[in-house]
Each structure stands twice: as C-alpha cells, then as structure tokens.
Design a protein around this ligand. Structure first.
Ligand SMILES: C[S@@+](CC[C@H](N)C(=O)[O-])C[C@H]1O[C@@H](n2cnc3c(N)ncnc32)[C@H](O)[C@@H]1O
Length: 443
C-alpha cells in the first residue's frame, strides 16, 4: 500500500502548470464526459499555457487518455482502496503522473514532484498530495507495472469482447496497442497523377494505394497545396471504398451519407456526376466548404437518404453508413468510457433501411459500395448478408490487387476489413482505421 506520511510539497518543482492543465483535461474527459478537444477549449489552466508548455500538457493528457484503462489496471495494484473511491481530481493527477512515468518516460523527480505540486495548486485535489506522492513514487519504482497490464484493458470489457468478436484475438490485440499511438496523418490527392511529386514536396511517405502519410501533423493548413485544394485529410483505410468503384468517369453516382466529404471528393475528382446527399445541415455546410476549397463539382442535397430518390436510376451508390464507429475509437479514445453498449443496437436497422433505399436508386447491374467504420459483424457482414438474402443484391467480391496494399484485409467472402495486423509482412504494417466494406451489384 502506498503511504502518504513522507510527502512534502516542493514549491520549487518546475512545470507544475503543465501537469495541472493535463490533469484537468483528464478529469474533464473522465469525470465530466467531455471530449479532449472541447476540454482544451474550456479549461482555463490549459488555455493559460503557451507554446511548449501547452504542447506538453496536451501530450500528457492524450497519453493518459489513450491508455487510461491500462493505467488504472496497473494503479489498481498500488492503491488499497478501489480507484472509484478516490476523488476524481486526485485520480486525474495520478493518471497524468503515471502516463508521464510509464508512457512518456519522464524522469521520476520531474514527473512526481511537479504532479504533486500541481495538486497543491488545485483546490479540489489539495488534500490528495500525500497519496499522489506515495503512489507515483511506487509507480516509478515499479516501471514494469504498465507493461504487464493486458493490452485490451485500454477498453471497457464489453468493447474488448466486441472487437475480439469482429477482428479475432490477434488483430484486436494489435488494435489495442495501436491505440497508444497518435494516429498518423494521411492525405488523399485530388489528382493522383503526381503522387510521388507531392509526397516529396510534403516530406511524406507514399502508400501503396496512392495516399500520402505525413510524418508530422503540425501546421497542416500551411503546407503546399492545402489552400489550393490539391489534397484533403483522409485515413488510408477510409479512401479504399471509393477505390472499389473502379473507373467512374461520366457515371451517375450518389454518395448517400456524404459529409464531411472525403469520399465524395474522391468520386468527384475522378470525373463522376455526383449527388452528395447528407441529412445534417451543419455537416452539409462542412462538405460545401470542402468542395469549394478543392474546386470539385457535385450536387449538394440536404435530405434523408432513406426517402430521397434521384431523378433517373444511377450507375453506382456509395453508402458510408452511420455506425457505431468502433473502428476509429483511437481518434477519441476517451469517448468509449461513457458509451452505453445498448446504444449500438439501433445501427443495423438504419443500415438496412439505407441499403433498401439504395436498391430503389440503382439501375440493374449498378454497384453499391457499403462501408462502415466498425468491425462489428452486426453492422457489416450480417447487414450485407441480410440484404443479399432479400434477393435485390449479389456480392461482387473484391479481388487481390484492387485495394493496393490491403490484400491481407480481404475476407473469405470477398469483402474488405482493414485492421492493424500483428502479422510481420510489409503490407500488413500499414497502421490504419478499421473499416469494413463490401461491393454489391443490383440484381
Ligand atoms: C460516416 S459519416 C460519412 C463520412 C463521409 N462519407 C466521408 O467520407 O467524409 C455518416 C454521415 O451520414 C449522415 N447521415 C446519417 N443518417 C443519414 C440519412 N438517413 N440520410 C443522409 N445522411 C445521413 C451523418 O450525418 C454523417 O454525416
């Protein structure tokens, strides 16, 4: 048991302001249910910081929130009472301190004394200084405690079970490890012709499918080509559904769930006549801005795709359906702790209704690409199989080489399920979001 008796605050400890801001962000996310972005906007302690101090506070909070389940698992063995009985601000300081020690490898003397000092400057945590000092000293000594926590403890139990059922144990384990890293920044080019040139100009790495992975996410909007609309942000996996459409120049296509427009811009950039349908007005506005920046032409339609119908039958439909988004949780890892698994049940119904609507829009032989950013079979394979068994669709299996760099993500049925792979082959090392996609043909 950690003991509080030998604690004494050191007023000269440097950098307590960053630790205080970081802990307040962690507290806002975990105790108040805010996401990290909005917590950064509302925390006075964070906003009072500048430059490197602000960056450091954000890095601590982000590391703590990415790993909070594992941090708690390891801290649980160092505190005698349940963590739930610790005052939330004190627990936030412990989590922020542990993240410095275990994940950021900050030296013990700096991490511990500055975090203890932060407690002394935070009214609601002041009485926890002794506990924080004792537990963090022990955490520094037992530096292997985090490594010995199970990788999947980064998620609540229900989520770990769900991801294992969708991905299998090995890929779920790889996904859990990937959550500890900040996601890479990938971009999609408007004109794929000069991918090597753009990758040189931007100092990025060209991926096999033509996306470019930037080495650094700083100052994105200042980079060459952004203002001119030559490229947009899009995870490499999110760019694959449009690749499965093949040649689209001149075809009549609808994107039924279009905003903010990553995929709509890909389709328009390849010369299709595109109707971009989106139900939410503010999100349609974001799509409008994106289309304007990239100078891409498309019809923007605010409508519920379940009832909207085109004037003439279409050649293809992209349905990037609303879903549980469990495959992209690494982008907002703090959010999973406040999710109720019961909420997930509504998605398959909406997804099936949208597929039925797509059937009424397509000519015979027309193509539907269905995608969701989750590995849950209930929202992916099972929805697709129910649609096929209804008689309006047949599967047009994806074949090796179509989604370059992702052959390892082909399923036995000919769908694609991208996933961080633990398999050591070059192609399998593309770290990406988890996206399921299937290609169907209107019978
Ligand atoms: C996964 S996001 C789409 C992302 C987009 N395809 C992209 O690549 O940028 C799903 C979108 O569908 C919209 N949506 C949800 N239900 C809809 C419906 N019934 N009709 C039209 N849009 C809908 C949501 O507002 C959301 O913007």
């Amino acid at each position: 048991m950690a003991r509080a008796s030998n604690y004494r605050a050191r007023p000269e400890a440097a950098g307590w302001q960053s630790r205080l801001a970081a802990a307040q962000l962690v507290w806002a996310a975990m105790a108040k249910g805010e996401d990290l972005e909005s917590a950064m906007g509302s925390s006075p302690a964070y906003r009072s910081l500048e430059g490197a101090d602000r960056g450091f506070a954000r890095a601590i909070a982000s590391a703590a929130l990415r790993a909070v389940g594992r941090i708690d698992w390891a801290l649980g063995g160092m505190v005698q009472r349940p963590l739930a009985d610790i005052e939330p601000p004190v627990l936030a300081l412990l989590r922020a301190g542990a993240a410095q020690l275990w994940l950021m490898k900050v030296a013990e003397h700096a991490a511990v004394s500055a975090t203890v000092e932060a407690a002394a400057h935070w009214d609601v945590a002041r009485r926890g200084g002794g506990l924080i000092n004792a537990v963090l000293r022990r955490a520094a000594r037992e530096s292997g405690a985090f490594e010995s926590s199970p990788a999947e403890a980064v998620w609540p139990d229900w989520l770990a079970a769900k991801l294992r059922s969708g991905l299998g144990a090995e890929r779920a384990g790889a996904m859990a490890l990937l959550q500890l890293e900040e996601p890479a920044i990938d971009i999609t080019l408007r004109d794929a012709g000069d991918a090597a040139g753009w990758s040189d100009r931007l100092g990025g790495a060209l991926l096999p499918n033509g996306s470019i992975r930037l080495l650094d996410g700083a100052g994105l909007t200042e980079l060459p080509g952004y203002a001119e609309g030559e490229w947009w942000l899009q995870d490499v996996a999110a760019s694959l559904p449009v690749a499965l459409l093949g040649e689209v120049a001149g075809l009549a296509i609808a994107d039924l769930c279009a905003a903010p427009g990553g995929k709509a811009m890909q389709i328009a950039a390849r010369g299709a006549r595109l109707s971009a349908v989106e139900m939410s007005a503010p999100r349609l506005e974001r799509l409008r801005e994106n289309a304007a920046r990239t100078r891409l032409s498309m019809d923007l339609i605010q409508a519920d795709a379940r009832t909207w119908r085109p004037q003439a039958l279409l050649d293809a439909v992209l349905l990037d359906a609303p879903c549980s988004a469990l495959g992209v949780i690494r982008r907002h890892p703090e959010g999973v702790w406040r999710r109720d698994p019961k909420d997930l049940a509504r998605y398959p119904m909406i997804q099936r209704a949208l597929i039925d609507a797509a059937a009424a829009m397509l000519r015979q032989g027309g193509t539907l690409i269905y995608s969701v950013c989750t590995p849950s079979p209930e929202e992916g394979r099972e929805v697709v199989e129910a649609a096929i068994s209804g008689g309006a669709w047949r599967r047009r299996p994806v074949v090796a080489g179509e989604a370059r760099g992702f052959d390892h993500s082909l399923t036995p049925d000919g769908d694609l399920l991208t996933a961080p792979a633990a398999i050591a082959s070059d192609a399998a090392q593309i770290r990406c979001d988890v996206i399921y996609m299937a290609r169907l043909e209107r019978t």
